[in-house]
Each structure stands twice: as structure tokens, then as C-alpha cells.
Design a protein around this ligand. Structure first.
Ligand SMILES: [Mg+2]
Length: 257
């Protein structure tokens, strides 16, 4: 039906959504398209800012278990009969790089946390006793916070962050949705021209790159930066929002769907 072998889909706002009364819409059309593509041999990877537990929660919403979960914009898990199995070599290296980063950036992150929590409408969130991310009260406040962090993080070369609307996660600059997708492609022996990627928010930008995935798309609800990136890389900006938009894009690539 198609030469697509790997589908890398963001979850919130892309595979599911928009939200109505706190409930995310699930597109029956996307469910149907994904089932047909997977029947033809394509593999489904959810490439998300969610951690593994939240991916499992998401699967209660969307009626399809993915073949891979690319979590917190950096780790890779493969679905097996026994459940999720880490792509150990990659995940261990990722973990080690972040341990080293957190040692190197400790003083700077403490300064950032003190400033952010005292001066801004932003709160930090912590895991294992250290600040790993920020949550702003609204998008404008996160816009200002990102501007501040761009300058502030410069002294530590590998300190970066991924933003998804009002949420932000600190990370090593090597790890993002693009590098984690490349790691999965290498593991599977899949080429960019066999890969489709779709996302709607800032943290999706690194995978919306025609060098990584030749087939790119974003739903109508995407932030302007994502729409611009997708157009710039020859991808498709859907007219419909959320999963309906992704299905619309997939039908353009695979008219037989
Ligand atoms: Mg999203």
C-alpha cells in the first residue's frame, strides 16, 4: 500500500485531541488509518513528552498499543509480549549523560529555580530530589521564561530544554524527539524516506526535519512555529485538528487508505 515503515506520532494534540470538557477526542478515522498501515507492516512509535506510566494511561484513551514508546522526549521502549522493554544501550547512555549534565549544571539550575519560583508565575517540578522541569501559569509566561532560559543556560553547553505549551523539561542538548527517532531508525534499519512524523508543539520541532522523516505533517491546532517548520521541510499542514488532521495527512501520502 505504501513504503511507510515507521510512524512517529506525538500523542497529546496530535494522536488525540482537541479537548472538549476535559476529554480528548479520538479520531476514528486515525484509528482506521493506523490499523490499515500497521496491517501493511508499518510500525507505530508514540514520540511523546509523557513518561511510560502516562503512555499507558494514554493507551486507555486510544484503542491501539504502539510498537514503541519514545518517552520524555528521549528514551526508547519496545513493546513485547511481556510488556515494555527498554532499548538498553540507548537508555543507559541517555541516563548517564543526564547524570553528568546534572552534576555540571547543579549551581546554574539552583539559580534558575530560585529566580523562577520567586519572580515568575512559574513553578518547578522535581524528580529524585532535583528540578527537572517547569510549569508556567500560561503560555505568555512560558514565552518569557524560554527567553530568559535561552540566555541563562548558555554557560553549560549541553544544558537544553524541551517545551510543550506551558510545560518545560530540562535535558541534555543531544536528546530530543529527533535524536530519539534517529536512534529507533538505526535500531530498526529504517530510512528517512520510509518514515512519517507528526506533531503539534515546540518539543516536536526536532523530529519535524526532512533529514529524519521525509514525510512530515502537523494538525491544524499546531503552534505557528510547527506549521512553519513543516511547510519549510515540504510537509503537510492539515486542515483538521488533532487525530483527524493526522489521518488527513496519511491519506494524502497513501491515497489507498
Ligand atoms: Mg503535542
Amino acid at each position: 500500500m505504501t513504503n511507510l515503515r515507521l510512524l512517529s506520532l506525538d500523542f497529546d494534540g496530535t494522536m488525540v485531541g482537541p479537548w472538549l470538557d476535559g476529554k480528548a477526542a479520538v479520531s476514528e478515522e486515525l484509528v482506521r488509518c493506523l490499523a490499515a498501515l500497521r496491517k501493511g507492516g508499518a510500525l507505530l512509535a508514540i514520540n511523546t513528552g509523557r513518561n511510560l506510566a502516562l503512555v499507558d494511561q494514554g493507551m486507555e484513551l486510544f484503542p491501539a498499543i504502539p510498537d514503541f514508546a519514545l518517552t520524555t522526549e528521549r528514551e526508547v521502549f519496545c513493546r513485547t509480549k511481556q510488556g515494555w522493554e527498554p532499548l538498553s544501550e540507548w537508555n543507559e547512555r541517555c541516563h548517564q549523560d543526564h547524570e553528568e549534565l546534572y552534576i555540571e549544571a547543579a549551581i546554574l539550575l539552583a539559580e534558575i529555580e530560585a529566580y523562577i519560583t520567586n519572580e515568575r508565575q512559574v513553578r518547578s517540578y522535581r524528580e529524585h530530589g532535583r528540578m527537572v522541569g517547569l510549569i508556567a501559569q500560561n503560555n505568555d509566561e512560558m514565552d518569557r521564561t524560554v527567553e530568559y532560559l535561552r540566555l541563562k543556560c548558555r554557560p553549560v553547553a549541553n544544558l537544553s530544554f524541551q517545551r510543550n505549551s506551558i510545560y518545560l523539561r530540562f535535558c541534555h542538548s543531544f536528546y530530543h524527539k529527533g535524536s530519539v527517532l534517529k536512534a529507533l531508525q538505526t535500531h530498526l534499519g529504517v530510512e528517512p524516506h520510509e518514515t512519517f512524523a507528526a506533531g503539534d508543539n515546540f518539543n516536536d520541532l526536532p523530529m519535524l526535519d526532512s533529514e529524519i522523516a521525509r514525510h512530515l505533517a502537523c494538525p491544524a491546532n499546531s503552534v505557528d512555529e510547527v506549521k512553519e517548520r513543516v511547510r519549510c521541510h515540504g510537509g503537510y499542514v492539515a486542515e483538521q485538528a488533532g487525530g483527524d488532521g493526522v489521518a488527513e495527512a496519511l491519506r494524502r501520502i497513501c491515497p489507498a487508505l
